[in-house]
Design a protein around this ligand. Structure first.
Ligand code: NA7
Length: 540
Protein backbone atom coordinates (compact mmCIF):
# COMPACT_ATOMS: atom_id res chain seq x y z
CA UNK A 1 0.00 0.00 0.00
CA UNK A 2 1.33 3.42 -0.86
CA UNK A 3 0.39 6.79 0.45
CA UNK A 4 -1.76 7.51 -2.51
CA UNK A 5 -3.35 10.68 -1.25
CA UNK A 6 -2.22 14.27 -1.12
CA UNK A 7 -2.38 15.36 2.52
CA UNK A 8 -3.79 18.76 1.58
CA UNK A 9 -6.70 17.18 -0.27
CA UNK A 10 -9.78 15.56 1.18
CA UNK A 11 -8.67 12.15 -0.07
CA UNK A 12 -6.63 10.53 2.63
CA UNK A 13 -5.19 7.27 3.78
CA UNK A 14 -7.04 7.51 7.06
CA UNK A 15 -9.88 9.53 8.53
CA UNK A 16 -10.44 9.61 12.24
CA UNK A 17 -13.71 10.80 13.75
CA UNK A 18 -13.24 12.59 17.08
CA UNK A 19 -10.39 14.52 18.70
CA UNK A 20 -10.49 13.24 22.26
CA UNK A 21 -7.90 11.00 23.92
CA UNK A 22 -8.37 8.31 21.23
CA UNK A 23 -8.50 10.35 18.07
CA UNK A 24 -5.48 12.47 18.89
CA UNK A 25 -3.26 9.49 19.65
CA UNK A 26 -4.53 7.65 16.57
CA UNK A 27 -3.59 10.65 14.44
CA UNK A 28 -0.12 10.76 15.94
CA UNK A 29 0.43 7.04 15.33
CA UNK A 30 -0.81 6.94 11.75
CA UNK A 31 0.71 10.23 10.64
CA UNK A 32 4.02 10.31 12.50
CA UNK A 33 4.81 6.63 12.97
CA UNK A 34 3.43 5.17 9.73
CA UNK A 35 3.70 8.26 7.53
CA UNK A 36 0.09 8.07 6.33
CA UNK A 37 -1.96 11.04 5.28
CA UNK A 38 -4.47 11.25 8.10
CA UNK A 39 -6.97 13.74 9.39
CA UNK A 40 -9.29 14.06 12.34
CA UNK A 41 -12.81 15.42 11.91
CA UNK A 42 -14.15 16.78 15.20
CA UNK A 43 -17.63 18.15 15.88
CA UNK A 44 -16.51 20.44 18.73
CA UNK A 45 -14.71 23.72 18.34
CA UNK A 46 -11.79 22.42 20.37
CA UNK A 47 -9.99 19.16 21.08
CA UNK A 48 -10.77 17.13 24.21
CA UNK A 49 -13.84 15.02 23.40
CA UNK A 50 -15.69 14.19 26.63
CA UNK A 51 -13.76 16.90 28.45
CA UNK A 52 -14.64 19.49 25.85
CA UNK A 53 -18.38 18.90 26.29
CA UNK A 54 -18.79 17.93 29.95
CA UNK A 55 -18.24 21.28 31.68
CA UNK A 56 -20.96 20.89 34.30
CA UNK A 57 -20.30 22.07 37.87
CA UNK A 58 -18.04 19.62 39.69
CA UNK A 59 -16.97 17.74 36.52
CA UNK A 60 -13.96 15.70 37.48
CA UNK A 61 -12.41 12.40 36.50
CA UNK A 62 -12.86 9.41 38.83
CA UNK A 63 -9.46 7.99 37.83
CA UNK A 64 -6.47 9.26 39.75
CA UNK A 65 -4.56 11.85 37.81
CA UNK A 66 -1.19 10.06 37.71
CA UNK A 67 -2.86 7.29 35.70
CA UNK A 68 -5.32 9.36 33.70
CA UNK A 69 -2.93 10.37 30.97
CA UNK A 70 -1.07 9.06 27.95
CA UNK A 71 1.88 6.83 28.71
CA UNK A 72 3.34 6.48 25.21
CA UNK A 73 5.85 9.30 25.65
CA UNK A 74 8.33 9.42 28.50
CA UNK A 75 9.02 13.07 27.80
CA UNK A 76 5.34 13.92 28.02
CA UNK A 77 5.08 12.09 31.34
CA UNK A 78 7.91 14.23 32.68
CA UNK A 79 6.65 17.49 31.23
CA UNK A 80 3.10 17.41 32.57
CA UNK A 81 2.28 17.76 36.23
CA UNK A 82 -1.21 17.25 37.67
CA UNK A 83 -2.32 19.43 40.54
CA UNK A 84 -4.96 17.29 42.29
CA UNK A 85 -5.57 13.64 43.15
CA UNK A 86 -8.41 13.57 40.59
CA UNK A 87 -8.08 15.89 37.62
CA UNK A 88 -10.88 18.39 37.10
CA UNK A 89 -12.45 19.00 33.69
CA UNK A 90 -10.58 22.25 33.02
CA UNK A 91 -7.22 20.71 33.86
CA UNK A 92 -7.80 17.65 31.64
CA UNK A 93 -8.82 19.92 28.79
CA UNK A 94 -5.60 21.95 29.28
CA UNK A 95 -3.66 18.69 29.24
CA UNK A 96 -5.22 17.48 26.00
CA UNK A 97 -4.66 20.88 24.40
CA UNK A 98 -1.04 20.75 25.56
CA UNK A 99 -0.65 17.31 23.95
CA UNK A 100 -2.19 18.56 20.70
CA UNK A 101 0.31 21.45 20.59
CA UNK A 102 3.27 19.39 21.82
CA UNK A 103 2.89 16.85 18.99
CA UNK A 104 1.75 19.36 16.37
CA UNK A 105 -1.56 17.57 15.95
CA UNK A 106 -3.81 20.55 15.37
CA UNK A 107 -2.79 21.06 11.76
CA UNK A 108 -4.51 17.79 10.92
CA UNK A 109 -7.59 18.22 13.10
CA UNK A 110 -10.59 19.84 11.46
CA UNK A 111 -12.72 21.35 14.23
CA UNK A 112 -16.41 22.27 14.01
CA UNK A 113 -16.87 19.37 11.58
CA UNK A 114 -19.56 16.87 12.44
CA UNK A 115 -19.60 13.69 10.37
CA UNK A 116 -23.11 12.69 9.33
CA UNK A 117 -22.43 9.75 7.04
CA UNK A 118 -19.70 7.30 6.13
CA UNK A 119 -20.34 4.90 3.23
CA UNK A 120 -17.98 2.18 2.07
CA UNK A 121 -17.42 2.01 -1.67
CA UNK A 122 -16.35 -1.53 -2.55
CA UNK A 123 -15.22 -0.60 -6.04
CA UNK A 124 -12.56 1.85 -4.88
CA UNK A 125 -12.17 0.20 -1.46
CA UNK A 126 -12.58 3.61 0.16
CA UNK A 127 -14.84 5.20 2.73
CA UNK A 128 -16.82 8.24 1.55
CA UNK A 129 -17.45 10.56 4.43
CA UNK A 130 -19.84 13.53 4.46
CA UNK A 131 -20.08 16.24 7.09
CA UNK A 132 -23.02 18.27 8.34
CA UNK A 133 -21.79 21.22 6.26
CA UNK A 134 -21.81 19.06 3.13
CA UNK A 135 -18.06 18.57 2.77
CA UNK A 136 -16.80 15.29 1.33
CA UNK A 137 -13.77 13.22 2.25
CA UNK A 138 -12.54 9.80 1.23
CA UNK A 139 -10.16 7.46 3.00
CA UNK A 140 -8.95 3.90 2.85
CA UNK A 141 -9.24 3.50 6.62
CA UNK A 142 -11.96 4.96 8.79
CA UNK A 143 -11.39 5.01 12.53
CA UNK A 144 -14.13 6.06 14.91
CA UNK A 145 -12.82 7.73 18.06
CA UNK A 146 -16.22 9.06 19.03
CA UNK A 147 -16.16 8.16 22.73
CA UNK A 148 -18.57 5.99 24.69
CA UNK A 149 -20.49 8.76 26.42
CA UNK A 150 -20.96 11.51 23.89
CA UNK A 151 -24.61 11.27 22.87
CA UNK A 152 -26.66 13.12 25.48
CA UNK A 153 -29.81 11.40 26.69
CA UNK A 154 -32.50 14.00 27.42
CA UNK A 155 -35.59 12.06 28.51
CA UNK A 156 -38.76 12.74 26.58
CA UNK A 157 -40.74 14.25 29.43
CA UNK A 158 -43.88 15.92 28.09
CA UNK A 159 -43.92 19.70 28.29
CA UNK A 160 -40.19 20.44 28.19
CA UNK A 161 -40.64 22.65 25.14
CA UNK A 162 -42.96 24.92 27.14
CA UNK A 163 -40.66 25.34 30.14
CA UNK A 164 -40.14 29.07 30.67
CA UNK A 165 -36.90 28.75 32.62
CA UNK A 166 -33.58 27.49 31.21
CA UNK A 167 -32.54 23.86 31.02
CA UNK A 168 -29.24 22.12 30.31
CA UNK A 169 -27.89 18.61 29.84
CA UNK A 170 -24.64 18.13 31.74
CA UNK A 171 -22.93 16.74 28.64
CA UNK A 172 -23.70 19.84 26.57
CA UNK A 173 -22.91 22.46 29.17
CA UNK A 174 -22.61 26.11 28.06
CA UNK A 175 -19.02 27.31 27.85
CA UNK A 176 -19.82 30.53 29.66
CA UNK A 177 -21.09 28.53 32.67
CA UNK A 178 -24.42 28.83 34.43
CA UNK A 179 -25.06 31.16 37.37
CA UNK A 180 -27.25 29.42 39.94
CA UNK A 181 -27.22 32.30 42.41
CA UNK A 182 -30.67 32.85 43.86
CA UNK A 183 -32.22 30.30 41.49
CA UNK A 184 -34.54 27.38 42.20
CA UNK A 185 -32.80 24.50 40.48
CA UNK A 186 -34.10 21.01 39.70
CA UNK A 187 -31.59 18.27 38.96
CA UNK A 188 -32.84 15.08 37.36
CA UNK A 189 -30.47 12.14 37.69
CA UNK A 190 -28.17 10.72 40.35
CA UNK A 191 -25.49 8.86 38.40
CA UNK A 192 -21.78 9.75 38.60
CA UNK A 193 -22.53 13.13 37.03
CA UNK A 194 -25.45 14.12 39.25
CA UNK A 195 -23.52 13.01 42.32
CA UNK A 196 -20.68 15.37 41.31
CA UNK A 197 -22.86 18.31 40.33
CA UNK A 198 -25.46 18.45 43.14
CA UNK A 199 -23.06 19.56 45.92
CA UNK A 200 -21.61 22.33 43.75
CA UNK A 201 -25.00 23.59 42.53
CA UNK A 202 -26.31 23.59 46.12
CA UNK A 203 -23.56 25.99 47.19
CA UNK A 204 -25.03 28.91 45.25
CA UNK A 205 -28.61 27.96 44.33
CA UNK A 206 -31.50 29.35 46.37
CA UNK A 207 -32.88 25.84 46.39
CA UNK A 208 -31.89 22.54 44.78
CA UNK A 209 -34.42 19.75 44.26
CA UNK A 210 -32.79 16.45 43.32
CA UNK A 211 -35.09 14.07 41.44
CA UNK A 212 -33.81 10.54 42.10
CA UNK A 213 -35.05 7.53 40.16
CA UNK A 214 -32.48 4.94 41.21
CA UNK A 215 -30.70 5.44 44.51
CA UNK A 216 -26.95 5.04 44.16
CA UNK A 217 -23.93 4.13 46.23
CA UNK A 218 -21.10 6.59 46.49
CA UNK A 219 -17.73 6.57 48.21
CA UNK A 220 -15.94 9.81 49.11
CA UNK A 221 -13.32 10.73 46.51
CA UNK A 222 -11.12 12.48 49.10
CA UNK A 223 -9.84 14.77 46.42
CA UNK A 224 -6.97 17.05 47.47
CA UNK A 225 -4.07 18.97 45.97
CA UNK A 226 -1.09 16.71 45.29
CA UNK A 227 1.89 17.27 47.55
CA UNK A 228 5.34 18.08 46.08
CA UNK A 229 6.51 14.72 47.46
CA UNK A 230 3.81 12.79 45.61
CA UNK A 231 4.51 14.66 42.38
CA UNK A 232 8.18 13.78 42.73
CA UNK A 233 7.30 10.14 43.44
CA UNK A 234 5.16 10.03 40.28
CA UNK A 235 8.01 11.45 38.16
CA UNK A 236 10.38 8.83 39.50
CA UNK A 237 8.05 5.82 39.37
CA UNK A 238 6.49 5.90 35.93
CA UNK A 239 7.56 2.33 35.20
CA UNK A 240 6.08 1.07 38.45
CA UNK A 241 2.81 2.92 37.83
CA UNK A 242 2.54 1.45 34.35
CA UNK A 243 3.43 -2.01 35.60
CA UNK A 244 0.34 -1.82 37.81
CA UNK A 245 -2.07 -0.19 35.35
CA UNK A 246 -1.10 -2.82 32.77
CA UNK A 247 -1.54 -5.77 35.12
CA UNK A 248 -4.90 -5.03 36.75
CA UNK A 249 -8.29 -5.77 35.17
CA UNK A 250 -9.59 -2.21 35.43
CA UNK A 251 -6.26 -0.56 34.52
CA UNK A 252 -6.23 1.61 37.63
CA UNK A 253 -2.99 2.34 39.46
CA UNK A 254 -3.79 0.05 42.38
CA UNK A 255 -4.11 -3.70 42.71
CA UNK A 256 -7.23 -5.63 43.64
CA UNK A 257 -6.63 -7.34 46.97
CA UNK A 258 -6.15 -11.08 46.56
CA UNK A 259 -8.56 -12.09 49.33
CA UNK A 260 -12.18 -13.06 49.56
CA UNK A 261 -14.64 -11.18 51.72
CA UNK A 262 -14.97 -14.44 53.65
CA UNK A 263 -11.24 -14.90 54.30
CA UNK A 264 -11.50 -12.37 57.12
CA UNK A 265 -13.63 -12.00 60.23
CA UNK A 266 -16.56 -9.56 60.21
CA UNK A 267 -14.51 -7.22 62.45
CA UNK A 268 -11.52 -7.32 60.11
CA UNK A 269 -13.81 -6.72 57.13
CA UNK A 270 -15.38 -3.72 58.80
CA UNK A 271 -11.92 -2.30 59.48
CA UNK A 272 -10.91 -2.88 55.84
CA UNK A 273 -14.03 -1.11 54.58
CA UNK A 274 -13.52 1.76 57.04
CA UNK A 275 -9.93 2.22 55.89
CA UNK A 276 -11.01 2.18 52.22
CA UNK A 277 -13.79 4.67 52.96
CA UNK A 278 -11.25 6.97 54.60
CA UNK A 279 -8.80 6.58 51.73
CA UNK A 280 -11.58 7.26 49.26
CA UNK A 281 -12.16 6.61 45.57
CA UNK A 282 -12.59 3.56 43.37
CA UNK A 283 -10.05 1.71 45.51
CA UNK A 284 -13.03 0.74 47.66
CA UNK A 285 -14.02 -1.72 44.91
CA UNK A 286 -10.55 -3.28 45.11
CA UNK A 287 -10.74 -4.22 48.80
CA UNK A 288 -11.74 -7.82 48.00
CA UNK A 289 -11.43 -9.88 44.85
CA UNK A 290 -14.99 -11.27 44.98
CA UNK A 291 -17.05 -8.09 45.40
CA UNK A 292 -18.33 -8.31 41.85
CA UNK A 293 -18.43 -12.08 41.66
CA UNK A 294 -20.55 -13.15 44.60
CA UNK A 295 -23.82 -11.69 45.80
CA UNK A 296 -23.04 -12.70 49.40
CA UNK A 297 -19.66 -10.97 49.22
CA UNK A 298 -21.20 -7.89 47.63
CA UNK A 299 -23.91 -7.72 50.30
CA UNK A 300 -21.27 -6.95 52.92
CA UNK A 301 -20.06 -3.88 50.99
CA UNK A 302 -23.65 -2.95 50.23
CA UNK A 303 -24.61 -2.95 53.91
CA UNK A 304 -21.50 -0.99 54.87
CA UNK A 305 -22.20 1.70 52.26
CA UNK A 306 -25.90 1.94 53.06
CA UNK A 307 -24.97 2.30 56.72
CA UNK A 308 -22.72 5.24 55.82
CA UNK A 309 -25.63 6.98 54.07
CA UNK A 310 -27.85 6.55 57.13
CA UNK A 311 -25.03 7.84 59.33
CA UNK A 312 -24.39 10.96 57.24
CA UNK A 313 -27.90 12.05 56.26
CA UNK A 314 -29.74 13.54 59.22
CA UNK A 315 -33.35 13.47 58.00
CA UNK A 316 -34.43 9.81 58.37
CA UNK A 317 -36.91 9.96 55.48
CA UNK A 318 -34.29 11.36 53.08
CA UNK A 319 -31.68 8.90 54.36
CA UNK A 320 -34.09 6.02 53.77
CA UNK A 321 -34.76 7.10 50.18
CA UNK A 322 -31.04 7.60 49.45
CA UNK A 323 -30.13 4.21 50.94
CA UNK A 324 -32.95 2.33 49.22
CA UNK A 325 -30.56 0.90 46.62
CA UNK A 326 -31.80 -1.96 44.44
CA UNK A 327 -28.61 -3.25 42.82
CA UNK A 328 -25.30 -4.71 44.00
CA UNK A 329 -22.47 -2.28 44.76
CA UNK A 330 -20.48 -1.47 41.58
CA UNK A 331 -22.92 -3.33 39.30
CA UNK A 332 -23.61 0.13 37.94
CA UNK A 333 -20.64 2.41 37.44
CA UNK A 334 -19.72 3.26 41.07
CA UNK A 335 -19.66 7.02 41.66
CA UNK A 336 -17.22 8.77 43.94
CA UNK A 337 -18.07 12.14 45.42
CA UNK A 338 -17.23 15.24 47.36
CA UNK A 339 -19.95 15.86 49.97
CA UNK A 340 -22.80 14.25 48.05
CA UNK A 341 -24.75 12.76 50.94
CA UNK A 342 -23.78 15.69 53.20
CA UNK A 343 -25.48 18.00 50.70
CA UNK A 344 -28.87 16.61 51.75
CA UNK A 345 -28.30 18.08 55.23
CA UNK A 346 -28.44 21.60 53.80
CA UNK A 347 -31.63 23.62 54.32
CA UNK A 348 -31.74 24.52 50.63
CA UNK A 349 -31.69 20.94 49.29
CA UNK A 350 -34.52 18.46 48.99
CA UNK A 351 -34.89 15.01 47.48
CA UNK A 352 -37.80 13.70 45.45
CA UNK A 353 -37.95 9.92 45.06
CA UNK A 354 -39.47 9.63 41.59
CA UNK A 355 -40.02 5.89 41.97
CA UNK A 356 -42.61 6.74 44.63
CA UNK A 357 -43.71 10.06 43.14
CA UNK A 358 -43.01 9.91 39.37
CA UNK A 359 -42.39 12.91 37.16
CA UNK A 360 -45.47 13.29 34.97
CA UNK A 361 -44.69 16.50 33.10
CA UNK A 362 -42.63 19.61 32.81
CA UNK A 363 -44.86 22.66 33.10
CA UNK A 364 -43.95 26.22 32.08
CA UNK A 365 -42.90 26.86 35.69
CA UNK A 366 -41.25 23.65 36.82
CA UNK A 367 -41.48 19.88 37.22
CA UNK A 368 -44.79 18.22 38.04
CA UNK A 369 -44.71 14.94 39.89
CA UNK A 370 -47.79 12.90 40.58
CA UNK A 371 -48.11 14.41 44.05
CA UNK A 372 -47.10 18.06 43.53
CA UNK A 373 -45.67 20.89 41.44
CA UNK A 374 -42.02 21.84 42.00
CA UNK A 375 -41.52 25.45 40.85
CA UNK A 376 -38.10 25.87 39.17
CA UNK A 377 -36.03 28.50 37.34
CA UNK A 378 -33.51 26.00 35.97
CA UNK A 379 -33.52 22.29 35.18
CA UNK A 380 -30.28 20.29 35.00
CA UNK A 381 -30.55 17.00 33.16
CA UNK A 382 -27.86 14.75 34.64
CA UNK A 383 -29.58 11.95 32.76
CA UNK A 384 -26.62 10.32 31.11
CA UNK A 385 -25.98 9.17 27.59
CA UNK A 386 -27.03 6.82 24.84
CA UNK A 387 -23.83 5.04 25.72
CA UNK A 388 -21.36 3.19 23.49
CA UNK A 389 -23.56 2.49 20.47
CA UNK A 390 -25.27 5.93 20.43
CA UNK A 391 -22.28 7.92 19.13
CA UNK A 392 -21.76 5.39 16.30
CA UNK A 393 -25.39 4.92 15.31
CA UNK A 394 -26.11 8.62 15.00
CA UNK A 395 -23.72 8.57 12.03
CA UNK A 396 -25.19 6.92 8.93
CA UNK A 397 -22.50 4.24 8.60
CA UNK A 398 -22.92 1.83 5.68
CA UNK A 399 -20.62 -1.01 4.79
CA UNK A 400 -20.59 -3.50 1.91
CA UNK A 401 -23.83 -3.75 -0.11
CA UNK A 402 -25.09 -0.58 1.66
CA UNK A 403 -25.62 -2.55 4.87
CA UNK A 404 -26.23 0.02 7.60
CA UNK A 405 -24.64 -0.30 11.01
CA UNK A 406 -28.08 0.35 12.51
CA UNK A 407 -29.41 -2.75 10.71
CA UNK A 408 -26.35 -4.83 11.50
CA UNK A 409 -26.82 -3.95 15.18
CA UNK A 410 -30.62 -3.91 15.36
CA UNK A 411 -30.58 -6.53 18.12
CA UNK A 412 -27.51 -5.07 19.83
CA UNK A 413 -23.87 -4.48 18.93
CA UNK A 414 -21.96 -7.30 17.22
CA UNK A 415 -18.29 -7.04 16.45
CA UNK A 416 -14.92 -8.71 16.86
CA UNK A 417 -12.68 -7.65 19.76
CA UNK A 418 -14.68 -4.43 19.94
CA UNK A 419 -12.54 -3.29 17.02
CA UNK A 420 -14.20 -4.32 13.75
CA UNK A 421 -17.66 -5.13 12.43
CA UNK A 422 -18.30 -7.83 9.79
CA UNK A 423 -19.38 -6.24 6.53
CA UNK A 424 -17.56 -2.97 7.26
CA UNK A 425 -14.07 -3.38 5.77
CA UNK A 426 -11.28 -1.13 7.02
CA UNK A 427 -13.52 0.43 9.67
CA UNK A 428 -12.04 0.35 13.17
CA UNK A 429 -13.83 1.41 16.35
CA UNK A 430 -11.84 2.61 19.36
CA UNK A 431 -13.44 1.71 22.71
CA UNK A 432 -16.56 0.54 20.93
CA UNK A 433 -18.97 -1.95 22.47
CA UNK A 434 -17.20 -5.27 23.06
CA UNK A 435 -14.11 -3.46 24.32
CA UNK A 436 -13.26 -3.31 28.05
CA UNK A 437 -13.35 0.51 27.70
CA UNK A 438 -15.73 2.01 30.26
CA UNK A 439 -14.98 -0.70 32.83
CA UNK A 440 -11.40 0.58 32.86
CA UNK A 441 -9.34 3.64 33.48
CA UNK A 442 -9.87 4.81 29.89
CA UNK A 443 -6.42 5.93 28.67
CA UNK A 444 -5.10 2.36 29.04
CA UNK A 445 -7.58 0.61 26.70
CA UNK A 446 -7.43 3.62 24.39
CA UNK A 447 -3.65 3.35 23.96
CA UNK A 448 -3.92 -0.42 23.51
CA UNK A 449 -6.62 -0.13 20.83
CA UNK A 450 -4.82 2.66 18.98
CA UNK A 451 -1.53 0.76 18.96
CA UNK A 452 -3.24 -2.48 17.87
CA UNK A 453 -4.93 -0.68 14.96
CA UNK A 454 -1.68 1.06 14.03
CA UNK A 455 0.24 -2.24 14.04
CA UNK A 456 -2.52 -3.85 12.00
CA UNK A 457 -2.36 -1.15 9.33
CA UNK A 458 1.44 -1.36 9.32
CA UNK A 459 1.16 -5.13 8.84
CA UNK A 460 -1.19 -4.61 5.90
CA UNK A 461 1.22 -2.15 4.28
CA UNK A 462 4.16 -4.52 4.70
CA UNK A 463 2.26 -7.33 3.02
CA UNK A 464 0.52 -5.33 0.31
CA UNK A 465 -2.90 -6.02 1.86
CA UNK A 466 -5.65 -3.51 1.34
CA UNK A 467 -8.74 -4.84 3.13
CA UNK A 468 -9.47 -6.22 6.54
CA UNK A 469 -12.72 -7.28 8.12
CA UNK A 470 -13.71 -9.93 10.65
CA UNK A 471 -15.26 -13.28 9.80
CA UNK A 472 -18.86 -13.80 10.91
CA UNK A 473 -17.91 -16.79 13.05
CA UNK A 474 -15.25 -14.72 14.82
CA UNK A 475 -17.92 -12.12 15.57
CA UNK A 476 -20.30 -14.79 16.90
CA UNK A 477 -17.55 -16.09 19.09
CA UNK A 478 -16.64 -12.64 20.44
CA UNK A 479 -20.27 -11.74 21.19
CA UNK A 480 -20.50 -14.98 23.14
CA UNK A 481 -17.31 -14.15 25.04
CA UNK A 482 -18.62 -10.67 25.89
CA UNK A 483 -21.89 -12.16 27.17
CA UNK A 484 -20.12 -14.88 29.13
CA UNK A 485 -17.69 -12.41 30.72
CA UNK A 486 -20.59 -10.26 31.92
CA UNK A 487 -22.59 -13.27 33.10
CA UNK A 488 -19.69 -14.37 35.30
CA UNK A 489 -20.08 -11.14 37.32
CA UNK A 490 -22.86 -9.29 39.12
CA UNK A 491 -22.78 -6.52 36.48
CA UNK A 492 -25.95 -7.58 34.60
CA UNK A 493 -27.88 -7.52 37.89
CA UNK A 494 -28.23 -3.74 37.69
CA UNK A 495 -31.19 -4.00 35.33
CA UNK A 496 -31.38 -0.28 34.55
CA UNK A 497 -27.69 0.40 33.92
CA UNK A 498 -26.35 2.11 30.83
CA UNK A 499 -23.89 -0.78 30.44
CA UNK A 500 -27.01 -2.71 29.34
CA UNK A 501 -28.52 0.11 27.32
CA UNK A 502 -31.44 0.06 29.75
CA UNK A 503 -31.44 3.83 30.32
CA UNK A 504 -32.58 4.57 26.76
CA UNK A 505 -36.16 3.52 25.94
CA UNK A 506 -36.28 1.01 23.07
CA UNK A 507 -32.55 0.27 23.06
CA UNK A 508 -31.71 -3.46 22.85
CA UNK A 509 -30.71 -4.82 26.26
CA UNK A 510 -27.26 -6.23 25.71
CA UNK A 511 -24.34 -5.93 28.11
CA UNK A 512 -22.02 -3.85 25.94
CA UNK A 513 -18.51 -3.61 27.41
CA UNK A 514 -16.20 -6.64 27.68
CA UNK A 515 -16.09 -7.50 31.38
CA UNK A 516 -13.21 -9.97 31.18
CA UNK A 517 -10.71 -7.28 32.18
CA UNK A 518 -8.04 -5.40 30.33
CA UNK A 519 -5.27 -7.92 31.04
CA UNK A 520 -7.15 -10.82 29.49
CA UNK A 521 -8.35 -8.62 26.62
CA UNK A 522 -4.82 -7.48 25.78
CA UNK A 523 -3.64 -11.09 25.79
CA UNK A 524 -6.47 -12.15 23.45
CA UNK A 525 -5.61 -9.32 21.02
CA UNK A 526 -1.93 -10.33 21.07
CA UNK A 527 -2.79 -13.97 20.42
CA UNK A 528 -4.99 -13.00 17.49
CA UNK A 529 -2.03 -11.18 15.93
CA UNK A 530 0.41 -13.99 16.73
CA UNK A 531 -1.89 -16.39 14.89
CA UNK A 532 -1.78 -14.24 11.76
CA UNK A 533 -4.80 -12.05 12.58
CA UNK A 534 -6.95 -15.03 13.39
CA UNK A 535 -10.64 -14.33 12.80
CA UNK A 536 -9.98 -11.57 10.27
CA UNK A 537 -10.05 -11.79 6.49
CA UNK A 538 -7.18 -9.83 4.98
CA UNK A 539 -7.10 -9.40 1.24
CA UNK A 540 -5.70 -7.41 -1.67
P1 NA7 B 1 -25.88 7.81 34.26
O1 NA7 B 1 -24.95 7.05 35.10
O2 NA7 B 1 -26.57 7.12 33.14
O3 NA7 B 1 -26.96 8.46 35.23
C1 NA7 B 1 -28.12 9.09 34.74
C2 NA7 B 1 -29.06 9.36 35.86
O4 NA7 B 1 -30.23 9.97 35.32
C3 NA7 B 1 -29.51 8.10 36.57
O5 NA7 B 1 -29.70 8.39 37.92
C4 NA7 B 1 -30.85 7.82 35.88
O6 NA7 B 1 -31.73 7.04 36.63
C5 NA7 B 1 -31.37 9.22 35.72
N1 NA7 B 1 -32.41 9.31 34.71
C6 NA7 B 1 -32.30 9.05 33.39
N2 NA7 B 1 -33.47 9.25 32.78
C7 NA7 B 1 -34.34 9.64 33.74
C8 NA7 B 1 -35.71 9.99 33.74
N3 NA7 B 1 -36.43 9.94 32.62
N4 NA7 B 1 -36.29 10.35 34.90
C9 NA7 B 1 -35.56 10.36 36.04
N5 NA7 B 1 -34.27 10.05 36.10
C10 NA7 B 1 -33.66 9.69 34.97
O7 NA7 B 1 -25.16 9.08 33.61
P2 NA7 B 1 -24.02 9.99 34.22
O8 NA7 B 1 -23.85 11.15 33.32
O9 NA7 B 1 -24.27 10.24 35.65
O10 NA7 B 1 -22.74 9.10 34.17
C11 NA7 B 1 -22.31 8.53 32.94
C12 NA7 B 1 -20.90 8.09 33.06
O11 NA7 B 1 -20.02 9.18 32.90
C13 NA7 B 1 -20.49 7.52 34.37
O12 NA7 B 1 -20.95 6.25 34.59
C14 NA7 B 1 -18.99 7.62 34.31
O13 NA7 B 1 -18.47 6.56 33.55
C15 NA7 B 1 -18.78 8.91 33.57
P3 NA7 B 1 -31.74 5.42 36.45
O14 NA7 B 1 -30.49 4.96 37.14
O15 NA7 B 1 -31.69 5.16 34.96
O16 NA7 B 1 -32.99 4.99 37.08
Amino acid sequence: MTTEANPASNDLDALIIGAGFSGMYQLLCLRDRLGLSARVLEAGDGVGGTWYWNRYPGARCDSESHSYCYSFSRELLQEWEWSERYPGQAEILRYLDFVAERFDLKRDIRLGTRVVSAHYDAFSNRWRVTTEKGEHFTAKFLITAVGCLSTANVPAIPGLEHFEGRWFHTGQWPHEGVDFTGKRVGQIGTGSTGIQSAPVIAETAAHLTVFQRTANYSVPARNAPLTPEFKQWVREHQDDIQAITHSTPNAHPFRIADRSVFDVTPEERQAIYEAAWEKGGLQFRATFRDLLLSKEANDTAREFLRGKIREIVKDPKTAKALADIDHPYAAKRPPIDTNYFETFNRDNVSLVDVRKDPIVAITPTGVRTRKKDHPLDLIVFATGFDAMTGPLLRIDIRGRDTLSLADAWHAGPRNYLGLQVAGFPNLFTITGPGSPSVLCNMPIPIEQHVEWITDCIAHMRRHGLTRIEPREDAVDDWVEKVNAAAAATLLPQAHHSWYLGANVPGKPRVFMPYAGGMVRYRKICEEVVAKGYEGFVLSR
